[in-house]
Design a protein around this ligand. Structure first.
Ligand code: SRM
Ligand code: SF4
Length: 569
């Protein structure tokens, strides 16, 4: 399939790289074999993303290495494909072992329910992937211009129907995988296919940009469905899964000072029956494949296609391609985005333990040996592990007999109190940022503990220690910790300078608004202290902090581009 026409504008360079790559092979294999450098070519770096790998360098070491006339400290980041975020204990033990042997010692749980390794030297990438493959784990399509890791609420206690939703999310994930064998050839030494295998869903140039799908089961909006390119909101009627409301066109990335880029909430297209998920997904994905902007990567997400052409156009196109007519959207209600922490009994008599892990960083510190504790749990656990959309972990499928065993392991390592934190801390999200992210303008994960300590003091003084307020921070405006859906959003602008956003709804249905374009963390605390005090005194019954800011604090003419609450065509 040839690239769609884009009028007179030239296509971006990524398009010719993809086209010339023989379905994502490029010259990655020979770059990997070149011992003269720790990195790979820029073209191949675009292609390895489709295999889940980003070439990065340690930004803490940049200046010193430059001074010494040495090459940057290059290393791959690898992101796994893990639809719905489930891993067996056996898989856990392999990942735990790889971190520290062929990658940096910590494991990182991401905001899309998967694992990331950092610090993988070029020569170690293949052995790491081969070891993952032995336990049926891979990183195919974890990054790149394809359907990314599919999200689905991991918390099985809420509704037995979640297993059904989970199965459909996995089926869609499989259906939307590229067909190329490039990953198997390059990383697993499979025999070379003589080129030209068909790529029916994607064509030779894949999508114009990344594409993200999530499945939500109300009343929880833990996956932030309105931030996804494609969303399925499960509708339960008469205790069965009636179908899904389909959402399209969410996306959060933007650039500071570029009004043509903005976060956008998805629109609700309408209702479909459960067996129509793949057909609708394919129609949305191929519409974006054929009509997304391939001339400007900052304008290439589905949200801009919809802004340019209109939601009615998109709906008609999807109905035409799928042969399915949307029914009017059914009613649903989101009440929370929070992960359930602690022990919860499930419908099948098993238990799960929701464990808070700040920023999803699993490592061993002298007074916090979380990696060791989880390794010990994995050696005795007979259920599985579930990664949550908020960078936390659920130890799931625990039998009543095993509960005390798991508790004893956490107690032995002094980790019993991990969930007894302020709800501000339990809800907080941060992206990775420095030192590995090449796009970071400011600290995020590394500064989060300091920020939380400051705000916890303010909340305590206002008598709000037990209040759930969502705070999310990122090191740049790309939005990896979904900061525009936080009641308090901090978005990196420059070293120790952040844009401050307030007023998102607590349940992920309204974006926040820009309050200050560039403040230090201390300035942000100063701005927020009187607002938090007013909230304690003036809030209406049950009013969340975001709703209070929107009602009482934010000027009507706030400058931030917000598409507002989700619309239905
Ligand atoms: Fe992200 C790029 C980390 C979720 C929007 N993201 C990156 C890169 C790969 C930097 C790069 O391109 O060089 C970051 C790697 C940092 C590192 O060192 O590990 C990175 N993104 C992450 C993770 C690990 C954040 C985290 O701390 O958990 C998340 C991994 C998700 C996953 O498992 O697949 C992550 N990124 C998100 C989300 C949230 C989501 O999807 O729910 C978003 C906002 C939603 C969206 O896509 O609109 C997000 N990441 C971006 C963007 C902006 C895209 C855009 O449309 O403008 C970029 C930059 C880009 O694509 O050019 C980006
Ligand atoms: Fe990097 Fe920016 Fe994403 Fe943070 S938000 S991980 S700084 S791209």
């Amino acid at each position: 399939m040839s690239s769609p026409s884009q009028g007179s504008k030239p296509l971006v360079v990524n398009e010719s790289i993809k086209l010339a790559s023989n379905h994502l092979r490029g010259t990655i294999a020979s770059d990997l074999a070149d011992p003269s450098t720790g990195t790979i070519s820029e073209d191949n770096n675009q292609l390895t993303k489709f295999h889940g790998l980003y070439m990065q360098d340690d930004r803490d070491l940049r200046n010193a290495l430059k001074k010494a006339g040495q090459e940057k400290a290059f290393a791959f980041m690898l992101r796994l494909r893990l639809p719905g975020g489930r891993a067996t204990p056996q898989q856990w033990l392999v990942l735990d072992d790889l971190a520290g042997v062929v990658a940096s010692p910590s494991l990182r749980l991401t905001t899309r329910q998967t694992f990331q390794f950092h610090g993988i030297l070029k020569a170690n990438a293949k052995p790491l992937i081969q070891r993952m493959h032995q336990v049926l784990l891979d990183s195919i399509s974890a990054c790149g211009d394809v359907n990314r890791n599919v999200m689905v609420s991991p918390n099985p206690e809420r509704n037995p129907l979640l297993q059904e939703v989970h199965a459909q999310a996995r089926a869609w994930s499989e259906y939307a995988l590229p067909r190329t064998r490039a990953y198997h050839e390059i990383w697993l030494d499979e025999e070379l296919v003589a080129g030209g295998e068909p790529e029916p869903l994607y064509g030779d140039t894949y999508l114009p940009r990344k594409f993200k799908t999530g499945f939500a089961l109300p009343p929880s909006n833990d996956i932030d469905v309105f931030s996804q390119d494609l969303g399925f909101i499960a509708i339960v009627e008469n205790e069965r899964l009636a179908g899904y409301n389909v959402t399209v066109g969410g996306g959060l990335g933007m650039s500071h000072g570029n009004a043509e880029t903005f976060p956008r909430l998805a629109d609700v297209l309408g209702f479909i029956l459960p067996d129509k998920v793949n057909a609708i997904g394919e129609a949305v994905l191929t519409t974006q494949r054929d009509h997304g902007d391939r001339t400007n990567r900052k304008h290439a997400r589905l949200k801009y296609t919809i802004e340019d052409r209109g939601i009615e156009w998109l709906k008609a196109e999807v109905e035409k391609r799928s042969g399915i007519t949307f029914e009017p959207a059914r009613s649903f209600e989101f009440l929370t985005i929070e992960d359930p922490h602690g022990w919860h009994e499930c419908a099948d008599g098993t238990w799960f333990f929701g464990l808070h892990i700040l920023s999803g960083r699993i490592k061993d510190l002298p007074d916090w040996p979380m990696k060791t504790a989880l390794r010990e749990i994995a050696t005795v656990h007979t259920g599985d592990f579930r990664l949550t959309p908020s960078q936390n972990l659920s130890v799931s499928g625990v039998t009543p007999e095993q509960k005390p065993v798991i508790e004893a392991i956490l107690a032995k390592h002094g980790l019993t109190g991990e969930n007894n934190r302020s709800r501000l801390r339990l809800n907080a999200l941060s992206c990775v940022a420095l030192p590995t992210c090449g796009l970071a303008l400011a600290e995020s994960e590394r500064i989060l503990p300091e920020i939380l300590a400051k705000f916890e003091t303010v909340l305590e003084e206002a008598g709000l220690s037990d209040d759930a307020i969502s705070l999310r921070i990122t090191g740049c405006p790309n939005g990896c910790a979904r900061p525009y859906l936080a009641e308090i959003g901090l978005v990196g602008r420059a070293p120790n300078k952040y844009a401050l956003y307030l007023g998102a709804s607590y349940i992920g249905t309204r974006l926040n608004r820009l309050v200050s374009p560039s403040v230090t963390i201390d300035d942000a605390v100063k701005i927020l202290t009187p607002i938090i005090k007013r909230y304690a005194l003036e809030r209406l019954t049950g009013e969340s902090f975001g709703d209070f800011c929107e009602r009482a604090i934010l000027p009507a003419d706030a400058t931030f581009h917000s598409v507002g609450t989700p619309r239905t065509p």
